[in-house]
Design a protein around this ligand. Structure first.
Ligand code: ZN
Length: 275
């Protein structure tokens, strides 16, 4: 495969010290073609959300996804309703940005079973999907690594994600596959194939799992720095029919402390080595 940056997308959180306008300018100058915009970055922009989207496109950058919606589970029905209302606002923001997709971190609630949380998540997603469809914004369930099943995501595998998609069966609902979260799963190849067959693999996030991370949230590695076989997973993703942007999403206290221009060069270099 030829070495190219054509499919490279970077999440604004990856270069967190930069504001949205700086990130857009720097990504464009570096030849990065896509950007996934985190909600905090959009909200911190000096102007409307609509203007933020226009600014990014004016730099020649595609907006790949809006991050993030979700957190549908809660002990009280009134709180679950609040989550549905909040997700409708997030969908409206994505529409203003003209982002085609929202990544969902679906939630998990201590004090009830993961089964119960998953049922509430299914109900919550079903409740917002008509709003998403009307806005022209798709929703991608992002299964998270089971270490986050306490309070962030009761959905930890592609199989669970596929099961929710099967239960709801809506063309605007699919899956965001992040290698950091699912690399260990012995069903990954099969479940990725199934997601592809059902035309629901909407996004592909990349980074690496370092051998002995110092922090379970904010010590992700650059591609090639850890134990994930990204070319293998990419081959399954591509075989499933996905050929869209590859989104670099790295939370790292270490990299956020660096010179971000230098870091962006490292991201490009690491990406090109894994293509
Ligand atoms: Zn991700």
């Amino acid at each position: 495969m030829s070495v190219s940056l054509d499919n490279l997308c970077v999440h604004t959180i990856t270069t967190k010290p930069w504001g949205l306008d700086t990130a857009a300018r720097k990504y464009a100058a570096a030849g990065v073609k896509g950007m996934s915009i985190w909600r905090d970055a959009a909200q911190a922009f000096d102007g409307s959300i609509k203007a933020a989207g226009q600014m990014v496109r004016d730099e020649g950058i595609d907006i790949v996804s809006y991050v993030r919606g979700g957190f549908f589970s809660a002990l009280e029905a009134s709180d679950r309703q609040k989550a549905i209302d909040e997700n409708k606002i997030i969908i409206d923001e994505a529409a203003e940005l003209e982002a085609p997709l929202i990544a969902l971190v679906v939630g998990a609630t201590p004090g009830q079973s993961l089964f119960e949380s998953r049922q509430q998540i299914t109900d919550g997603i079903a409740a917002v999907l008509p709003h998403a469809e009307a806005a022209g914004v798709k929703l991608g369930i992002e299964p998270l690594h089971p270490m986050y099943a306490d309070s962030r995501s009761a959905v930890t595998t592609m199989a669970q994600s596929n099961a929710i998609c099967d239960a709801i069966n809506h063309p605007y609902l699919g899956i965001a596959l992040d290698v950091f979260h699912v690399w260990w799963d012995d069903q990954l190849e099969e479940q990725t194939r199934i997601a592809g067959e059902k035309e629901r693999l909407f996004a592909f996030h990349i980074c690496d799992w370092k051998d002995q991370p110092e922090d379970m949230l904010n010590d992700r590695g650059l591609m090639g720095e850890g134990v994930i076989d990204i070319p293998q997973i990419r081959s399954w993703v591509n075989a499933s029919g996905f050929s869209g942007y590859e989104e670099v999403e790295i939370f790292s206290n270490k990299y956020w402390a660096m010179d971000q221009d230098q870091y962006l060069e490292m991201i490009k270099e690491a990406y090109l080595k894994t293509v």
